[in-house]
Write a new protein. Sequence first.
Length: 304
Amino acid sequence: MSTRPAKMSVRAMGMMKTNTETHMKIAIASGKGGTGKTTVAVNLALSIPDAQLIDCDVEEPNCNLFLNKELERIAESKITVPNIDEELCTHCGKCSEMCRFNAIATLPEKVILFPTLCHSCGGCILACPENAISGKEKITGIISRSSNKKDHPMLYEGVLNIGESMASPVITELKRSIEPGIPTIIDSPPGTGCPVMTTLEDTDHCILVTEPTPFGLHDLKLAVKMVKIMNIPFGVIINRSEQENCIIDEYCDQENIEVLMRIPLNKRIAELYSDGIPFVEEMPEWKERFTNLFERIVNKKELA
């Protein structure tokens, strides 16, 4: 296990907010769904003064199930998709040859578009020798935030429109809403695909939440590879932990990965979760633990 740096006291952190602390962006991710990622994100955000919480799980945002905030719509996510002028089109097939995502199919007398496959690269527009293809905007999702500007934490949420398959543009637009100079907790989508990598871009630290099961270990290994490739500092939280020296501990020992926290398989925590109540609100000792966790991550960033 890696040696932890000396911890800065809560009092010292309160007396002197450093640039690192106020600009810190911490992403909460997991290799698989259902590990407790949103639970960690919400409880951590509630334990940090003046924090903002960004729900980037745009296919199924659920942070507000625990916070019950009134949200207001502030932006839309838009992409550019091709628009074909059939009068100019000669059905040469150049656009289909260019599109590596198979979003365009050219038939002898018709061109068929599959907008959900389009990645908005604009290659088909450039490839068309007849200038028969132009771009048109398409709304794929909406961005909302807490309507009460004094909310804590300030919640930002993206929602992918029904029927759309491209989550990354919504996440990109959502991240543009992040207020600078404020501690930021980002709830990532599960997995290791493009939406997760889009979420993790430009973050300072990643907390990987896992569970002490073979499935949890398998997908944690994938997530660890991802954050290492992206060169993001990270640590692990083991949720529903019943004992130390589990298979997750063994793996983290072997890979010199820091286990930041263990959240036990606790009946009271489960009851609060089932009622939609963040457990730091009813169990103050856990708020202190999450505050200390944030301080350790900030301190480690300052010493890097």
